[in-house]
Design a protein around this ligand. Structure first.
Ligand code: ATP
Ligand code: MG
Length: 267
């Protein structure tokens, strides 16, 4: 369980990225965050991982407030992060990249001594689960984008996470690969009971995979409910009046990010 209580995030330059927000994530639910560019999705995810400290309010886990340094360390150790740019080290093998997920469990001294046999076994199991065992000893930069993102999932899994935070994990993948990678992440989270919070720009994927959708606009939650309740009015509340909704029950057409940025629309 992780709960954001009356949290506001104001960046040092004065940008208010999150208005007073209360939200809780728990129980192995797969939650998708939706929102236009700048709505505050990444800020909320960073707040959940303690990378950004709320200016007011607080973030609490079962054991208490994340302002406690030790509690924050333990929380981060059990929180897998997955990013759009998978942030792998290209010259290292897949196995070495996955083992990086274990570093939170090491003291500096133990890291010098290397990873234990049981950690290597854990890493190989994670690589097996994302169907990359044949690539375990390949350099990460020799893999395709979708394969690299699966390495990112394995690196999160090796942390034995109770929470996975993914910030646009499929944004740079083609639609079929995106579906495969997100489907894999979803099925692993469900099998292991991992609570997941995943930001996406594709409504159709939110509808396919989310147990719950949280919609953000201008740093505030404007929708929180099951994807089945996400109709035209809710989509408009999330994306503003510029989203073109084809059909209430069908997907809303959202073009690639670049197109939307270029045209300034969400059509
Ligand atoms: N480090 C930062 N310093 C100052 N302002 C920031 C910083 N990071 C984000 N912002 C601002 O905070 C607001 C929310 O940004 P955030 O990155 O959370 O949005 P987002 O929903 O993730 O957008 P995108 O879909 O483009 O990734 C925006 O106005 C953004 O410009
Ligand atoms: Mg973002």
């Amino acid at each position: 369980m992780i709960r954001v209580e009356s949290a506001e995030v104001v960046y040092p330059n004065g940008t208010r990225a999150l208005n007073r927000t209360d939200v809780e994530f728990a129980g192995g639910a797969f939650t998708v965050l939706l929102g236009a560019s700048g709505a505050g999705k990444s800020t909320l995810l960073r707040t959940l991982n303690g990378l950004v400290a709320p200016s007011t309010g607080r973030v609490v886990v079962e054991s208490g407030d994340l302002r406690n340094g030790r509690r924050l360390r333990v929380h981060r150790r059990r929180t897998g992060m997955i990013f759009q740019q998978h942030q792998l080290i290209g010259r290292l093998t897949v196995l070495a990249n996955v083992l990086i997920g274990r570093l939170g469990y090491h003291t500096t001294l133990r890291t010098c001594l290397g990873f234990s046999a049981s950690e290597k076994r854990l890493a190989l199991e994670a690589i097996e689960r994302v169907d990359l065992i044949a690539y375990a000893l390949r350099r990460a930069d020799q893999l395709s984008g979708g394969q690299q993102q699966r390495v990112g999932i394995a690196r999160a899994l090796v942390q034995q996470p109770s929470l996975i935070l993914a910030d646009e994990p499929i944004a740079s993948l083609d639609p079929a690969t995106a579906d495969r990678v997100l489907g894999l992440l979803h099925s692993i989270c469900k099998a292991d009971g991992i609570t997941a919070v995943v930001s996406l720009h594709q409504l159709e994927f939110a509808r396919r995979y989310a147990d719950r959708v949280v919609g953000l606009a201008n740093g505030a939650i404007v929708f929180d409910g099951p994807p089945g309740k996400l109709g035209a009015a809710q989509v408009t509340a999330i994306y503003g009046g510029t989203t073109r909704v084809i059909d209430d029950s069908q997907q809303t057409e959202l073009g690639p990010m670049e197109h939307r940025l270029k045209t300034g629309t969400y059509a």
